[in-house]
Design a protein around this ligand. Structure first.
Ligand code: HEM
Length: 441
């Protein structure tokens, strides 16, 4: 039975759950898969630039092979010359000594050329390491040691006063990372000259409380350690803390992201899924960002939190397939569909009307979302498609039956998402205000 009072998102007060269990239970099990060695290795199969690296190594080898025939006669003639000259002039005069010194210098110079080619290659290999390899959990250890404590305190307060913050921040993070990488570009505001990502249609429903959580943390951090911590790092940490605060798994967040200096609304639509995007397109979109089908399903388990506006699922509950206003998608639980029809009756006039994504435990991060799918209680067409599609169904069934498997996979996929397309070094900046690039201050 569906309790209709649970359907209307704004009316339920959520109490944040504590999560000491998560740290103990999930953090150790993550260690082997998140070892920095595994991720930073240039030739590791998980490293997307490995083909480039291998190609360059081959090129280097080829260069060596081509150069050796040129160098060996040259080097041996120098050697012979050196010996003759040493014999002839060593005992003669000061002039002879100087000449000998000059010739001795000749050999190291040619060797120095080879050495500098090798050194340049090493520098190239190091600089072509993926940006995420430069991130580390201790990045602000010296420059802002109280960072984690401050972020955690600010977002905890925010979640207690506004219980929708956790879901909103998690979605905000996903929308930031999938559009040009986790660089806080979604936080930039539109100005007189440029529209920004956050004003793209799909982002208009991102809740203000999520932006506010990051801004509050940033304000506190600017007082503690000005100009040091990027907004992208704050968003990544805030998301992790909020997820674990509402009962989800804890996972390590590597730090050192830089913020973008631009925010392009034109890049948004093609990089984010819609509720009516087909499962094949969703799978391709995630695959284009190197996420597997299983990782996509685990990440979408985020729909265990938060809500969706009625317009996102209206096609499923009204006039389904042109069958009349009361016709709903037959794959839905009938009582659930009818309750949603009532809850959203006014959605055309009131665009704020919404229903919880996970009707059974809307404020708790758990595996109920996957269990609901099997009972026809999936809200969005894309949620139901996870169960309907044979490529994704096995993972839905696994996570519905085993919450620990879901938590471990979600944590691992979130770690991967949180380093997607990050900018480091001079490819970005530490914004002083999260909504503006520094050059406009
Ligand atoms: C698989 C494809 C996905 C589709 C088609 C999708 C679509 C949607 C839609 C339409 C909404 C409702 C937005 C609204 O009406 O305000 C929503 C909400 C949400 N999505 Fe997704 N999403 C997907 C994947 C993800 C992923 C990977 C995450 C996070 C890692 C995520 C996190 C959330 C959260 C937390 C909410 C609730 C937001 C809130 O309450 O403010 N979604 N999603």
């Amino acid at each position: 039975n569906v309790d209709p009072t649970l359907l209307r998102a704004p009316h339920v007060t959520l109490t944040p759950a504590t999560c000491s269990r998560c740290t103990v239970e999930f953090f150790p099990s993550l260690l082997p898969t998140t070892s920095p060695c595994h991720r930073t290795s240039l030739l590791s199969p998980s490293n997307p630039s490995r083909i480039l690296v291998l190609f360059f190594l081959l090129l280097l080898l080829l260069l060596f092979l081509l150069l050796i025939p040129h160098f060996s006669p040259f080097l041996s003639s120098l050697e012979r010359k050196h010996q003759i000259h040493s014999y002839k002039y060593s005992k003669k005069n000061e002039k002879g000594k100087k000449k000998k010194k000059r010739e001795r210098m000749g050999r190291p110079n040619s060797l120095a050329f080879v050495a500098s080619v090798v050194a340049a290659a090493i520098v190239f290999l190091c600089s072509s390491a993926p940006a995420d390899a430069k991130l580390k959990t201790t990045y602000y250890e010296r420059t802002c040691p109280r960072l984690q404590e401050i972020v955690s305190r600010v977002v905890t307060d925010k979640q207690i006063t506004n219980p929708t913050t956790a879901a909103g921040t998690l979605r905000l993070f996903f929308h930031d990372c999938f559009v040009g990488g986790c660089d806080a570009s979604v936080l930039m505001a539109t100005n007189a000259f440029h529209r920004s990502e956050r004003d793209a249609d799909i982002n208009l429903s991102l809740p203000g409380d999520a932006f506010d959580a990051v801004v509050r943390a940033k304000t506190n951090l600017e007082l503690e350690c000005p100009g040091v911590v990027s907004c992208a790092d704050i968003l990544a940490l805030a998301t992790r803390d909020l997820v674990s605060m509402v009962g989800g798994p804890f996972y390590p967040v590597r730090l050192g992201r830089k913020d973008s200096v631009v925010s392009d609304p034109g890049a948004v639509e093609a990089n984010l899924p819609r509720a009516n995007t087909s499962m094949s397109q969703i799978i391709s979109l995630f695959a284009s960002k190197r996420f597997t089908v299983q990782e996509m399903v685990a990440l979408t388990g985020a729909h265990t939190l938060g809500f969706a506006h009625c317009k996102e699922f209206a096609e499923r509950i009204y006039n389904y397939n042109g069958g009349g206003s009361a016709a709903f998608d037959p794959s839905m639980n009938p009582r659930y569909a009818q309750a949603l029809q009532k809850a959203c009756a006014n959605y055309m006039k009131d665009s704020t009307m919404a229903a919880f994504n996970d009707i059974t435990t809307p404020g708790k991060f758990d595996n109920a979302y996957f269990q609901n799918l099997g009972r026809g209680l999936g809200l969005l067409a894309s949620d139901h498609a996870l169960l309907a599609d044979e490529r994704t169904r096995p993972f839905v069934e696994l996570y519905a039956a085993n919450q620990s498997a879901f938590f471990a996979d979600f944590a691992h996929a979130m770690e991967k998402l949180s380093v997607y397309g990050v900018k480091t070094g001079r490819k970005g900046e530490v914004r002083r205000r999260c909504d503006l690039p520094n050059n406009s201050l």
